[in-house]
Design a protein around this ligand. Structure first.
Ligand SMILES: Nc1ncnc2c1ncn2[C@@H]1O[C@H](COP(=O)(O)OP(=O)(O)OP(=O)(O)O)[C@@H](O)[C@H]1O
Ligand SMILES: [Zn+2]
Ligand SMILES: [Zn+2]
Length: 806
């Protein structure tokens, strides 16, 4: 038999399978979807088997080395999906496969040292020989780490042909195992032993007595750790094992990242609007019909309950469900809503988990130990075999688009998978992406609307404050008089406030007041950010850091000042203005440590603070009953980004943040401070008017020729030499102009707003099109050409439907 294998070659993607002969002893084990180790060139690499066949067109085939998985890690559906993904996003198939699996499954390439001439080695370097012989698996990098001085000696031994180096492909994916015991002997033998033991062996007696009380002795299988917890003696257990009554073995264990009690919840009686929205979803599931629903419901309208009740039905059908949630709203609060309803049927996947934890959650899915996964973007690849439903909450979130290879959008993958499984997709949001709402308008998606909050709770009333006015009246604080009054009022009433600022750090950048120069990163064309805690200026692209300069690097003036407002500065000002208020600050800096995010929110939930001050990460998913005031400190911080989605993002953010207020019995109020108080993104958000915003924004997009009226492709390249970068960019633009139809518009090449990153000069070309049958073939050609022509220095990326143009 012959296996087709996609090989993990990072440098130069080879986008086709290679044929390998399957040795006789492995025929049973090699199946489509397993990972294998194969010889490739002079090395060994990991690969994915995608198909088996009888014959190959090639003659001299190499054989497979070994098989890494007992159970295929890719299902037939995922193998197909990988091919589709590679084609859609112009990446190699292996890259697509890797994106679908937890990181622990990536190969770990190591160099193993093998002794070839032991006698001569013993003579020449007895110390090294002894060491290598005693090591279980002598790995080059590990030895060098422990004994750097041995590098020379090992190199000499290699030169003399005494030892050699072999490429070893290590499988990082390991299940955690715990020592366990089973009962080997029949009940009668245990009883005999119990009677024979003398007094001094009372610890062994305890173990036997415990075992004899077990109802199903034959299938008894328990970890030693658990038995010891029951008060039994480890030594006694071992003694009984030595006697052959018990047998030692292992139990595979799942690390449980959410190992904490959750209160079980019951389905709520639905409101009329909820029932209306749920019904068509259930019908589609019943009929095994693929449909995409757009559930547009105002904040607090109870979308989550609709998700929960449709998942309930999925489980009853014996099928499985995927729930995608944006990374930052994958809070413990969110997770416990699903765990509370479905308990152990839920796996959770997000970036906060360790490698091992992620791998274990993935295995629970693969081994069908759970029916539901709640996770961030990549959970869309959960290897369920009988998908009954895919839900994407906050479907407008830009984090559903992956920003590196493969550049996929989770929405597209979800719809592709759901088609294969004949099941519905539910996209939910209070502020759907313009593209999605437009599709619903055209009946490509089915619109489900929830116009009211649960139990007719009012949406919060919103006040817009004109910051220019405040400044004219001499108020230089980041707080308008009105907002400050309202915060004090909540404090008096013992209610809570949430303050939102779309920035991080103490101040964003450093500028010279004398000449206007901004301190920039020497490797990237971007201003450095001041980090107060370390007193450093840092680059957010490449990590470069430097001390704060005393004088302007441009004109030597000492008038260097920090500009911009960050959460730290606001916190300091709050402490000054309202010293009695207890403030929790949540931003990248205070939530860096694992679990700190959760801890801060728990404290706020327990009312240990009056004010929650934070960045984006507090904009979503939070649901605290005592929050009656939300303040947005600078609504326009997003509005002026060079991005055609700037207004849409501003509208979405303002609506989401406002939605945190008055979600329970107490009515809520929102204060939006802005330098552009008349901008429709601000006023429409204040009026909770998605419809008006949609109309206005669609008009502008149509005029400017942006999505959803046109599709975009962004082709970006970078090169260490500016001239080479420019030349390649010109070539690409001219290929596009020559080969695409004249209905498509080609822009560029242009230098993007960040002109240089990590000492590489950047160029971009953009294609706008409505229908372009030649697009994919031409893009594939361009990728192929620039990869093959040995231009190793050139980096080229193609981004279809980019979420940002920066
Ligand atoms: N049928 C119901 N009866 C009573 N309470 C409900 C019902 N449905 C939802 N709720 C409650 O209403 C609140 C808001 O619901 P939920 O968080 O699901 O809204 P949402 O639409 O997801 O909001 P957002 O878009 O702001 O996240 C929650 O506290 C939830 O428990
Ligand atoms: Zn200067
Ligand atoms: Zn940099």
């Amino acid at each position: 038999m012959i296996a087709e294998v996609y090989i993990d070659i990072p440098a130069k993607p080879v986008n086709r399978p290679f044929d390998y002969r399957i040795p006789d002893n492995l025929t049973e084990l090699v199946k489509p979807g397993v990972r294998v180790t194969v010889p490739f060139g002079r090395t060994r690499r990991l690969g994915f088997v995608t198909a088996l066949k009888e014959k190959s067109e090639f003659k001299q085939l190499k054989g497979l080395d070994s098989v890494e998985d007992h159970v295929p890690v890719l299902t037939p559906e995922l193998i197909e999906l990988g091919g589709w993904l590679a084609n859609q996003t112009l990446c190699s198939t292996v890259t697509a496969f890797q994106a679908m699996l937890p990181a622990a499954m990536k190969a770990d390439y190591k160099k193993l040292i093998v002794i070839d001439q032991i006698e001569r080695l013993l003579e020449e370097d007895p110390e090294l020989a002894a060491f290598l012989q005693s090591a279980k698996q002598p790995i080059w990098s590990e030895i060098i780490k422990a004994h750097p001085e041995w590098a020379k000696r090992m190199q000499r031994a290699i030169k003399h042909g005494l030892i050699s180096v072999q490429q070893l492909v290590k499988n990082q994916a390991k299940a955690k195992k715990a020592a366990a015991v089973t009962v080997e002997a029949p009940r009668s033998l245990l009883e005999d032993e119990l009677n024979q033991l003398d007094k001094r062996s009372h610890r062994q007696k305890e173990v036997l007595e415990f075992l004899l009380k077990q109802p199903d002795l034959q299938h008894f299988h328990e970890t030693i750790q658990k038995l010891v917890k029951h008060g039994l003696s480890r030594e006694a257990i071992m003694k009984l094992a030595e006697k052959g009554l018990l047998k030692q073995g292992y139990i595979e264990q799942f690390r449980d990242p959410y190992n904490r009690p959750v209160d079980r919840t019951q389905p709520l009686a639905l409101t009329e609007e909820q029932a209306h929205a749920l019904e068509p979803i259930l019908t589609a599931m019943q009929r095994e019909e693929h449909k995409v629903f757009l559930c547009h419901g105002v904040t607090g309208s109870g979308k989550t309950e609709i998700y929960l009740q449709s998942i309930q039905r999925v489980i009853e059908q014996g099928k499985q469900a995927i729930v995608l949630v944006p990374e930052i709203s994958l809070t413990p609060q969110m997770v416990s809503r699903f765990k509370g309803r479905f308990g152990d049927h839920v796996a959770v996947m997000h970036s906060g988990l360790s490698r091992g934890e992620k791998y274990d959650e993935w295995r629970k899915i693969r081994e069908e130990k759970v029916q539901v996964v709640v996770g961030a973007r990549s959970a869309v690849f959960a290897p369920f075999k009988k998908l009954g439903l895919i839900i994407i909450d906050e479907e407008h979130e830009s984090s559903y688009k992956q920003e590196d290879m493969p550049r996929y959008h989770a929405r597209d993958v979800a719809i592709h998978r759901a088609k294969k499984h004949h099941c519905p997709v539910v996209l939910g949001s209070a502020t759907p992406a313009l593209e999605s709402f437009a599709r619903a308008q055209k009946n490509v998606y089915t619109l489900l609307s929830l116009k009211e909050r649960v139990n007719h709770r009012p949406l919060p009333s919103v006040h817009i404050i004109d910051l220019r006015e405040e400044l004219r009246e001499g108020n230089r604080s980041v707080f308008s008089k009105e907002l400050l009054e309202k915060i004090k009022d909540r404090l008096a009433k013992q209610e809570q406030s949430v303050l939102f600022l779309n920035r991080r750090g103490y101040s964003t950048f450093m500028m010279c007041r004398s000449c206007g120069a901004v301190v920039k990163c020497p490797h990237c064309d971007i201003s450095l950010t001041y980090h107060r805690a370390q007193q450093l200026l840092k680059c957010h692209y490449c990590g470069y850091e430097q001390a704060v300069p005393a004088a302007c690097p441009n004109c030597s003036s000492d008038a260097m000042r920090f500009f911009g407002t960050g959460t730290q500065k606001v916190e300091a000002e709050l402490n000054r203005l309202i010293p009695e208020a207890r403030v929790i600050r949540m931003d990248v800096d205070t939530t860096r440590k694992k679990g700190s995010h959760e801890k801060l929110l728990r404290r706020f939930g327990k009312e240990e603070a009056d004010i929650l001050l934070g960045t984006q990460m507090i904009a979503k998913g939070l649901d605290f009953p005592k929050v009656t005031l939300v303040g947005v400190l600078a609504a326009d911080s997003l509005l002026h980004l060079p991005d055609f989605r700037a207004s849409e993002k501003t509208f979405q953010l303002l609506t989401q943040v406002s939605g945190r207020a008055g979600r329970h019995a107490l009515p809520g109020e929102v204060v939006i401070q802005s330098y552009a108080p008349d901008h429709y993104a601000v006023t429409d958000a204040a009026h909770h008017d998605y419809g008006a915003f949609y109309q206005q924004e669609m008009l502008l997009r149509k005029r400017a020729g942006y999505p959803p009226f046109y599709y975009l492709v962004l082709i970006s390249l970078s090169h260490p030499e500016p001239a080479k970068a420019a030349e390649s960019a010109e070539r690409i633009a001219s290929i596009l102009r020559r080969k695409l139809s004249h209905t498509s518009q080609i822009y560029g090449p242009v230098v993007p707003s960040v002109a240089k990153i990590k000492d590489r000069y950047r160029y971009q070309c953009m294609v706008k099109y409505k229908r372009e049958p030649e697009l994919m073939p031409v893009l594939h050609q361009i990728m192929q050409h620039f990869q093959d022509s040995g231009k190793a220095q050139l980096q080229l990326t193609v981004d279809l439907n980019p979420v940002t143009l920066m």
